[in-house]
Write a protein that binds this ligand. Structure first.
Ligand SMILES: Cc1cc2nc3c(=O)[nH]c(=O)nc-3n(C[C@H](O)[C@H](O)[C@H](O)COP(=O)(O)OP(=O)(O)OC[C@H]3O[C@@H](n4cnc5c(N)ncnc54)[C@H](O)[C@@H]3O)c2cc1C
Ligand code: FES
Length: 262
């Protein structure tokens, strides 16, 4: 982890309120792991605290961030220009535990809305994992309010993922929550085969997933939290969550946790 000055070399509006930002840093591109995040200083005057944003993907020297405009910080970020320099600290956090080779033959990504942000980088790593004996099935479940808000579908398909979509209004795919879609999927596939779930989204989604998985205790599940943060460095306890193993700091012990302890 380092504090760096990084140059903006790419900014694209993906949806009316979603942007893809590319930052040039050889160090970040070489050291980042899926599930880690950057703590970005957006502006000296308007926002005192840095904003935590996941590493969406890495291409050559570029580290991409996919973000939705929510308040002042992300609005300012969406208005930046090529060549602007940001002060970032990162890569931060533990990241997903991704085996080099795997005995898991079914990997399921579950994204609630912007929860897709860290999962594309993870999907790239999972797509490279080999198992000499068994064919690996990579699946992605994307949840969105409507078809207009579905993100990263094409990228995941290019990586060989079978993509299923759930929308709240039923305008695309399954009508309902992405957790219901997961429940249906698990009842349709062979869950005795070693299976791993990787999820990111609102924390309420994790508690719903936990209920669904009571029937499947053999499935290993990692979830990535988006908690309000202060320092991002494990000092202020501003991001603490209560777990079965006591209080954990999302910025330092997480943001990825085994669902069993949540
Ligand atoms: C580890 C981590 C990774 C993240 N990765 C991404 C990412 O890749 N893309 C992305 O779009 N967002 C991500 N977030 C959320 C992002 O940090 C917030 O959206 C951002 O800090 C909001 O800043 P702001 O100044 O625009 O909004 P603020 O003015 O700070 O807040 C505006 C509104 O957004 C809500 N809000 C702010 N922060 C959060 C939060 N952490 N969780 C839920 N609601 C919040 C507030 O309640 C408020 O209503 C991540 C958060 C964490 C902790
Ligand atoms: S944000 Fe300060 S300890 Fe996590």
């Amino acid at each position: 982890m380092k504090q760096l000055k990084v140059k903006t070399v790419f900014l694209k509006k993906i949806k009316p309120d979603v942007f893809l930002l590319g930052l040039d840093s050889n160090y970040l591109a070489k050291s980042a792991k899926p599930g880690q995040f950057l703590h970005v200083k957006v502006d000296d005057k308007a926002t005192i605290l840095r904003r935590p944003l996941s590493i969406h993907k890495i291409e050559k020297n570029l580290t991409y961030i996919l973000f939705r405009t929510r308040g002042r910080g992300t609005k300012l970020l969406s208005e930046c220009k090529k060549g602007d320099i940001f002060d970032v600290i990162g890569p931060l956090g533990n990241g997903f535990c991704v085996p080099r080779s795997t005995s898991h033959v079914q990997n399921i990504l579950v994204a609630g809305g912007m929860g897709i942000a860290p999962l594309v980088f993870l999907a790239e790593k999972l797509a490279k994992i080999q198992n000499s004996k068994l064919k690996i099935q990579n699946l992605a479940l994307l949840g969105a309010k409507s078809k207009k808000e579905v993100l990263a579908e094409g990228e995941l398909k290019k990586l060989g993922f079978k993509v299923n979509i759930a929308t709240d209004d039923g305008s695309r795919g399954y009508k309902g929550s992405v957790v219901d879609l997961l429940k249906n999927l698990l009842s349709a596939i062979d869950c005795e085969l070693p299976t791993s779930i990787y999820a990111c989204g609102p924390k309420e989604m994790f508690y719903e997933i936990k209920k669904v998985l009571e029937k499947y205790p053999q499935i290993e599940t990692q979830v990535s939290f988006e908690q309000f943060m202060g320092c991002g460095l494990g000092i202020c306890y501003g991001c603490a969550i209560e777990t079965k193993e006591g209080y954990k700091k999302v910025c330092k012990d997480g943001p990825v946790f085994d669902l069993k302890i949540v």
